[in-house]
Design a protein around this ligand. Sequence first.
Ligand code: TRP
Ligand code: ZN
Length: 885
Amino acid sequence: MMPSEQPKEIFLKDYLPLDFKIDSVDLTFELNASETLVTNRMKFVRQSESTLLKLDGEHLELLSVEKDGKELKPSDYQLSAHALVLNCPEESFELVVRTKVDPESNTRLEGLYRSSGNYCTQCEAEGFRNITYYLDRPDCLSYFTTKIIAYPHENKVLLSNGNLVEFGDLEDGRHFATWEDPHKKPCYLFALVAGNLEVVEDHFETKDGRRVDLRLYVQAKNLDKCDHAMASLKKSMKWDEDRFGLIYDLDVYMIVAVDDFNMGAMENKGLNVFNSKFVLAKPETATDVDFEGIESVIAHEYFHNWTGNRVTCRDWFQLTLKEGLTVFRDQEFTADMLSPAVKRIEDVKRLRSVQFPEDAGPMSHPIQPQSYIEMNNFYTMTVYEKGAEVVRLYQTLLGKDGFRKGMVLYFNRFDGQAVTVEDFRNAMADANQRDLSQMHQWYIQSGTPKVTISKHYDSESKTLSLTFDQTVNGKHHHPLLIPVVFNVLSADSSQQGKELLFSVDEADKVRCYPADAGWLFEFSELSETLVLHNIEQDGYLSLFRGFSAPVLVDYECTKDELVALACYDSDSFVRWESIQTLALENLVDNVEVAGNGLPMHLSDAYVKALEANLLDESLDLALKSLAITLPDESYLLETLSNKGLLIDTDSVVAVYDYMKKSIAESFESVLRALYEKMGQPEVYHYGKEAIASRMLKNRCLNYLAKLHEQEELVYRQFSLQSNMTDVFAALDAMKPYNTNQKEASLADFYNQWQTDDLVLDKWFMLQASDQSDKAVEQVKRLVEHPDFHYTNPNRVRSVLGVFGRLNMRGFHHVSGEGYEFLASEVLKLDKINPQVAARIVAPFTQWKLYDMKRQTMMKAQLERLMNSSQLSKDVFEIVSKSLNK
Ligand code: TRP
Ligand code: ZN
């Protein structure tokens, strides 16, 4: 990219309120695959001295502009590739802008586009400007009316936001529908859908006795896959009433499933558009993970109706205001629907494997970013998941009731407005009469904080002194308010897990007090010492119970202490965390010896903890499964890099192979017995216990699959074809095999599911993540496959996303072929869909983690991308930041 055309960076500090507001927008769409006409009638009111009106618009053909009934001449305005600028000295006026767009060739999937022959829109973050000229920013709230005109044979269904107010036939053979949204909204919440879709209907009665019609629009072939999504929607509506008193505010709630979608789903007012992946499921085609994903994404989008739509963001720097909060809400929902302990651990796993590395890399940003080049790049794990952790901090500090009071005040104050993260914090503070200003630091501090803890026991005075220190990236910054939920457990083996009694000084009671899951210490300075009195012994520390803050913890403790916590801490998170730490220490040791060609080992401490968890009959099955699962590769990488070690991916692959096989050998009979005990599959049922038992069974299968004598078990499970969870687990367990039977199984699977895109994605995924020595060849074959389409983001993510993220052996092959391949694919994809290309390029951002040889090759590919002409803003931002340019 030439420096002169370098995209410009937008800064939070430059925010200015609107000079004009738009009271109402009246849109008319005349749908046509390649030439859709959009007529946009807007009523403006000027709000400042400035008379210059700059409307955003991109990829548009301008047909005409009319002001107060008079057509303007081209000399009356300025038109560029990004804007339409007019001088408007009037106090108030009406503009009618007519534009033409081309949905058919819109492969960016932003604005109005076609998917499987149907029309749909995606406007967040800045897609509305691809439909018409507008003040495309979230603080511009307006009333929308939308008229859709189209031929009925191709477009039986015509949908937009709000209520249907008129429909009928036109003389020219077309028909129309007019929708009116009674709630003011920013244009990013606008949606239009049209096509020949089928509908599944149900209804929900609100707690104030209103009937809400629920409609799920899907392609005819998918009508049998809607039950779970509909049930999830009803559960979400009920839960939000019960937990937060929030009631739905329109008479109809519509969800549309589309096959081509850049993200998971979109919360458009009254008309959510979903990636099919998060709607369609039946036991034969979807795994437990898919079912859970649907339940939580349906909930997430539904919850946005209050946190995002009724109260929206002032500008895109406030994105975490709606996303962090809504993710927190969907996490709490899933916890209540399934298992709180399991949900918490799964969320922490994801945070550590994906968000921690992001926050340690070149794209690191605070949950409230201070600048961006392409907003779409900031829909990140940091804004979403770390953002949710920060919202959780309020609940931890204020309690569930205090948090709910804060939410009530937030809605009372800001309903119908576009606000900031400070507004949210102030509502929480004021509702609880508490100064929470220190929480601001969590919004502006990037990087994962590290808390270092040491303890000293004095048997004379019977005091236990705990010293806490906080840093970010090795430095002291402004201190963060970090809630540390903890307990001290007896170190006597006869009193396993018993909580020790102690007291704190009167003066300490404001910063250290009993809470739900233990004691809560509000750690708010760079360094603090807390003294616990009247404590009988130097006990074991159970720290950050429930993962009470999104931090790294550095606490040197003995293996005995870890094993004890791993075997019987009553806090499920700390128990799991302790066994993970033992596994991680074992993995790290092995990576070091493997690098020196020395023999690896399975540590005694880890074996002891594994054994105790495997044999503990009282342990929840899902927690047992999580306990015996090794930490993700990416979390190991993160740990190695925190120790300053550069990664040789071949050693890491070898270490995992060794560890899995050794665990399987050491516990073969226990694993086999557990596998049998989890039972033969009966009818699929979606529920906490059933999910847990499949999870444990398939974890056992995955280990057993490493043993030659147990291969039959894997083939048998595959051939039973009971449900997709079990079938997929069997295929996944077969992945390392080099047998005809494996090839035959994959072929069977393909033949059976060839016409089901979501299942076919799994077939692609399995092969793209297959870490064979021919991994690069294999992935190259996959993109040549007739069922691979660059225009379908799910397919692209299943192959290229999976290869870059999960195929260590292929992507990081020492030949550099994996790097070269993925970079070439990014270039191809960037021309088709920049948003998706920017996600696929992400694995390159981590180049500094790897050994020098790999670093050099990865960097060379980044340079190659950087030097290619016509890079999108999306990819440009990520590549240039990775190269620190
Ligand atoms: N707001 C959506 C959510 O629920 C995110 C989203 C959907 C999105 N589609 C998008 C963001 C396209 C950017 C671009 O989280
Ligand atoms: Zn969201």
